[in-house]
Design a protein. Structure first.
Length: 253
């Protein structure tokens, strides 16, 4: 098996308290978990649960605040550094491998927001390198998140090429990319060197990834055939009960 499925416990097993979702994911066969915003739960509680269940934490997001991140917010560099510090400390405490640096609501990729983002991410790259962490940039579709800094994977790759930081990668979320750009297999192939993480959900309802319009089997086979060795996150809202909807995942667990 080339890649490892990761259960996003911010969305899966919603009927359980947050920390208990770690054990539920392990019992379901996942070898990794990830989450969006773990900051309301003490890091030591999460670290203890990960150890008990012999499961790893793939990644977390920077704190969202009320602007869905801060990496591209003009004049908010001190806030971004505080957000980064919080995420780095938390990631190290739970031995996470990646941090998704949320960019913020800028009204799109304006020239000044772009400059702000590149400055902030150059700083973040150095901090993450010292901690042996990979940073991720995710495009969020403009249907769900209008006004977010970046909504297309092609634009993220352009930023990465300008940044030239090997530890900053594209988060290839097929839900967002299908809505905004489509052509998933060829786009994945074109962006392959820049992909640091993959996430799955169906379109249009962001449920189990085999539902809806995406050919999930083709996506997973392409990842396997291409030798992708990273994590593939199950980040979706279960249609009914999480366990009842995991048939799509069982051949890959």
């Amino acid at each position: 098996m080339s890649f490892t499925l990761s259960a996003n416990i911010s969305m899966l097993f919603p009927d359980l308290p947050f920390v208990e979702r770690i054990g539920a994911a392990a019992r379901a066969g996942f070898r990794a978990v990830e989450c969006q915003f773990p900051y309301a739960v003490p890091a030591e509680e999460i670290a203890a649960a990960l150890k008990v269940h012999s499961i790893v934490m793939n990644g977390i997001n920077t704190p969202p605040g009320d602007t869905f991140g801060s990496a591209a917010l003009i004049g908010e560099e001190p806030r971004f550094r505080d957000d980064l510090d919080a995420a780095l400390a938390y990631a190290q405490a739970i031995n996470a491998r990646t941090i998704h640096c949320m960019s913020g609501m800028t009204g799109g990729m304006t020239a000044q927001a772009r400059k702000t983002f590149l400055r902030n991410m150059a700083y973040a790259s150095e901090r993450a390198r010292a901690a042996n962490l990979t940073l991720l940039i995710e495009p969020l579709n403009s249907v769900d998140r209008p006004g977010y800094f970046v909504s297309r994977s092609d634009d993220v790759v352009g930023l990465l090429q300008e940044l030239r930081a090997l530890n900053v990668k594209l988060l290839f979320d097929i839900y967002h990319i299908q809505i905004m750009e489509g052509d998933l297999l060829r786009r994945m192939e074109r962006h392959w060197p820049h992909i640091g993480h993959v996430q799955l959900a169906s379109v249009p309802h962001r449920q189990e990834p085999h539902l809806g319009e995406i050919n999930l089997a083709a996506i997973l086979q392409a990842l396997k055939d291409g030798g992708y060795r990273g994590f593939v996150g199950a980040e979706y809202n279960p249609h009914h009960h999480t366990l009842a909807g995991l048939d799509w995942a069982r051949p890959w667990l």
